[in-house]
Design a protein around this ligand. Structure first.
Ligand SMILES: Cc1ncc(COP(=O)(O)O)c(C=O)c1O
Length: 301
């Protein structure tokens, strides 16, 4: 649990940095809410992290004395800004709220070329592979400066060869969104729609991969269809995709970090998720965990 909390905190630091440039969103995850489940050793580590946060906050308090026209001055000391409303709850696209610690950590600036920041990026990428429980020799993390949809769009529009296509298996809004992305990007696709309250039919998928979707190179599915709460059997679908020699894309936006995923058993080549769901980071930052062989083979697509 602490590992997830720490990762969320660190992904948040990363997201804060990229988010400042991207959308001006600043917030971090709640690590404190996990404390009731922590061991003594982990509590000690958490206490160390808190001291660091307090130190950063103290630095910020010192910074508040700098002239209000400074670009690093907090918004509430800058002129002509709305008064700060500390009690206001911010619902960000997640939806989630941000804790005191999230806000506290957001007070610190890291430069994008700063060694500390570069180390945070590296730690986050490696930490995500740890959460995925994959072999680091075989997989890599691609951090993406954008929302979950941005990352899905990034994968669909980057890895499918121009003369190939994708079989989209959908039983909800996020599966349907993949079709929309393919339409916009002119990616050949076969759309298999199943009822929102039912698991995709494996026999039908198998049949489609022998008939109308035969020439496609990829299969895509949503793991946890957030709109209905259904968890799709990505392992069973992955086995079928593998049997037909297809590369496999999984949208695990609202499941990664909470619902175990066996990358090898499911033959996953690309798993897409974002910081602001189960890993408890902030919006504005997503990532792809990619199998290196598939990713390398996609060069030039
Ligand atoms: C399964 C799934 N896919 C994609 C998305 C899109 O992510 P975002 O809202 O960050 O663009 C979401 C968002 O909730 C989701 O739950």
């Amino acid at each position: 649990m602490l590992r997830l909390g720490n990762l969320g905190y660190r992904t948040s630091l990363l997201a804060i940095n990229v988010g400042k440039k991207n959308a001006g969103k600043t917030s971090v995850t709640a690590i404190r809410c996990l404390s009731t489940t922590l061991s003594e050793a982990d509590k000690k580590k958490l206490s160390g992290a808190e001291k660091l946060l307090e130190k950063l906050a103290e630095e910020e308090r010192m910074e508040r004395k700098i002239p209000h026209w400074s670009p690093t001055a907090p918004s509430d000391v800058r002129p002509s800004t709305a008064p700060v409303q500390p009690s206001k709850i911010l619902f960000t696209p997640g939806p989630l709220t941000t804790s005191y610690y999230a806000k506290l950590a957001a007070l610190h600036d890291y430069g994008s070329r700063d060694h500390k920041f570069i180390k945070i990026v590296k730690d986050v990428c490696e930490g995500l592979l740890d959460v995925a429980a994959v072999n680091k020799k075989d997989f890599t993390t691609v951090p993406i400066q954008g929302s979950g949809t941005f990352a899905i769009e990034g994968v669909l529009s980057s890895v499918i060869p121009k003369k190939k296509g994708v079989l989209i298996i959908a039983n909800g809004a996020y599966g349907t969104r993949q079709r929309q992305i393919c339409k916009v990007h002119n990616i050949a696709h076969t759309f298999m729609e199943f009822p929102e309250d039912a698991a995709p039919n494996l026999d039908e998928i198998d049949k489609a991969l022998q008939t109308n979707a035969k020439d496609h190179s990829h299969v895509a599915i949503v793991h946890s269809e957030t709109t209905s709460g259904i968890i799709n059997d990505i392992e069973a679908v992955g086995k079928i995709a593998h049997k037909h020699g297809k590369s496999y894309i999984v949208d695990a936006m609202s499941s990664f970090g909470a619902v175990p995923v066996d990358f090898e058993a499911a033959h996953i080549d690309y798993l897409v998720s974002s910081a602001n769901k189960c890993i408890e980071g902030v919006p504005g930052f997503s990532f792809v965990i990619a199998r290196k062989t598939a990713f390398d083979a996609s060069k030039g697509s």
